[in-house]
Every structure is written in C-alpha cells, then in structure tokens.
Design a protein around this ligand. Structure first.
Ligand code: AFP
Length: 342
C-alpha cells in the first residue's frame, strides 16, 4: 500500500499522464479512454452504493443475450458506459456482454482507432445480497481500414489488448488497470471523488493461498478436472491444500487472489462444455492484468491470451491466478503457456 502525504497523492489522471509521457508518439487517445472509464466507474459506483437505499433492485424483466435475467443496475451500468464513451471520438466500435451485437458509434460522431469491450456489471445476481460486483473492460486497436469498426476489429486475441482493467465495487471501490506497463490499483476516495494510487505495480504471489471454484458442478466435471481439484485441496498428498474461497462474483474472487495469491477456476463441465465465462469480456482482460502482475491464465490447453476468438459472446474454461497454480492446471490437462509472467 502507498502511504500518501498531502503532496504525494497520485490521482489516476496524473498517473495516466505520467505513463503516457513515456511514449512521446502517444496521441492521448488511450489516456482519454481510461479517464472516461474512470468517470463511468464513479457514476456506477455511486449508483451501486445507493442500491440498498433506492428502489432499484430486482429484475428489469429483460433477458440478456446469455439468457440471464438482467438486473436494473446492469442496464444502468451498460448505458452509463455507452454514454460516457460513444461520443468521444476515440472509439470506432464497442461490444458489451449485455448487448447481442456490436455497438456502433452514433452517426454524427467521429470514430477513433480503438475498440472497447466491456462487461458492465459482472456478478449482478449478487447485487440483492450486497456482495461485491464489478465492471471489466478491454481495449484493442482497430485493424480494419474503414472509418467504422467491424467484427474483425473486435475478434482479436487477448494478446493484442492495449489496455484492460476492472472496477470492484466492494468495501471500497477500486480500479485496477494495465496498459502493458504493470498492473496498478487505485482506490476511490468518495470524499473528493478521485481514484488515488493505492496499489502500484501489483505482483501476484507465485504460489497461492486460495482456491476459488464452484464445486457444486463436481458431478459434471471430467476426470482430469476432478483430479486437479483434489490436487489443489491437497487430497492426493502431492501438495499443501489451498484454502477455498468462492464469492461467485468473478471480479471479487479474482481481486482477492491477485492480492493474496491463488487460483480461480471455472472449468468446463458436461452441461457447460465451454464453461460459463466469456473470453472477450472476462477472461481476456483479467488474463492481461494477471500476466502483468506475474501470474498466468489458461483454458487448460492454451494460454488465454493466444485464443483466436470466433464469436462475440464466446465462452471459455478459465484457470487464472498465481503462476505455480496455473502451471498445475496446465500439467493436468497437458496444455502449454507462452510468455507467462513476462
Ligand atoms: P452473474 O453476473 O449472473 O451473477 O454471473 C457471475 C459470473 O459470470 C461470474 O462473476 C462468476 O464468477 C460466475 O458467473 C459464477 O457462476 P456460478 O454461479 O456458476 O458459480
């Protein structure tokens, strides 16, 4: 943790500018996207904080593209991000976990060279019971020639991300992001409305304390998955057991393991052969962050960051966290990681 004095406080804006200065050729567009996301995060945070006070809880009676019931705050978060981002001239297209197709930049607004993918409010089924939820985002560079962004611009492997991050609306609101120069965390000081640098250059411990998995699916797991979970729990006598912690809100589980060490697993199972989590909105951005923090992420066979997406809402099995723990998953499934912890 950073100890601040009145003059040493580093706001997220100042930090972003200082990082941008290291790249004289930077146009400021990526920094602008990060400021705008931080602003959207403050708006969402203030709404989430009031969720128990105002009559906003409960279903908006709409099903999203994943067939899940949307919560009202999901809708609010989705709209807040779109409205904060679509007119800035920095993006050419967006995609959200809550929307079936691409989100075009409205007519009359300039298009920029970046693509934004986001999960506006992950873990929303936890809102009613006051459990942390989060926003996750990923930024890619446009690769097609036209002015507007196309599906090809969106369906790029995670290794091409130029920025990624998440916001956790927990006991405090924190924003963690990377642009490929380490993973840095900022805590929102609600009294001044600023994200302040609190966790510079986060490093995930190489081996973990925590195992996060929903083992109510055990009967649907294949044998290697069952063997891996027995290994993590120390039941096969090969290692010290990990401590099980599962919130059921990916950002909360990931954040705890990032700071304390551990592995989050959402394996494939016979009723969800590709798992549940989405490659573009959840796995890729968190894989970029964990890699910058010295950890790793795999689907068991491939490095998450190497997967070539084929569809917008693609799901992927996910093992993410401390490098030694992810290595155990890879060994169990016979996969390989490239550039881990670089
Ligand atoms: P919701 O947004 O529907 O609450 O789903 C949350 C989530 O996508 C992710 O945040 C959790 O890690 C995961 O699903 C939990 O899924 P299970 O309930 O199947 O364990």
């Amino acid at each position: 943790m950073v100890q601040h004095t009145a003059t040493s406080v580093v706001t997220i804006d100042r930090f972003i500018i200082e990082q941008e200065r290291q790249f004289p050729e930077a146009t400021g567009a990526l920094s602008g996207i990060l400021y705008d996301i931080a602003l959207a995060a403050k708006i969402i945070s203030s709404k989430v904080r009031r969720a128990g006070l105002v009559d906003i809880l409960g279903s908006a009676n709409a099903e999203n593209v994943q067939g899940e019931i949307q919560q009202k705050l999901d809708v609010f978060a989705n709209e807040t991000i779109i409205m904060a981002m679509d007119h800035t001239g920095k993006l050419c297209v967006m995609a959200s976990e809550e929307e079936p197709g691409l989100i075009d930049i409205p007519d009359g607004f300039k298009c920029g060279k970046y693509v934004l993918l986001f999960d506006p409010l992950d873990g929303s089924s936890n809102i009613d019971v006051n459990v942390p939820v989060g926003t996750i985002f990923s930024v890619l560079q446009k690769i097609t020639r036209g002015t507007r962004g196309e599906m090809e611009d969106v369906l790029q492997p995670g290794r091409r991300q130029v920025a990624a991050g998440y916001v956790i609306y927990g006991s405090s609101t924190m924003l963690v992001y990377t642009t490929g120069q380490g993973a840095h965390g900022f805590t929102l000081d609600p009294s001044i409305g600023e994200f302040l640098l609190s966790h510079p250059n986060i490093r995930i411990p190489a081996n973990g304390r925590y195992l996060s998995v929903n083992d109510s699916y055990e009967q649907h797991w294949d044998d290697p998955t069952k063997a891996l979970m027995r290994r993590y729990r120390g039941l096969d006598g090969e290692r010290k057991p990990l401590n099980v912690r599962y919130v059921g809100s990916l950002v909360a589980d990931f954040h705890r393991n990032l700071l304390g060490g551990g592995v989050f697993c959402y394996p494939a199972n016979s009723s969800a052969p590709k798992g549940k989590l989405r490659l573009m909105y959840e796995a890729n951005p968190l894989a970029f962050i964990v890699k910058e923090a010295g950890g790793a992420a795999t689907d068991g066979v491939r490095d998450i960051l190497d997967i070539q997406p084929t569809e917008l809402h693609q799901r992927v099995p996910l093992y993410i966290g401390s490098k030694d723990e992810v290595d155990q998953a890879i060994a169990m499934f016979g996969g390989a990681l490239s550039g881990v912890g670089a």
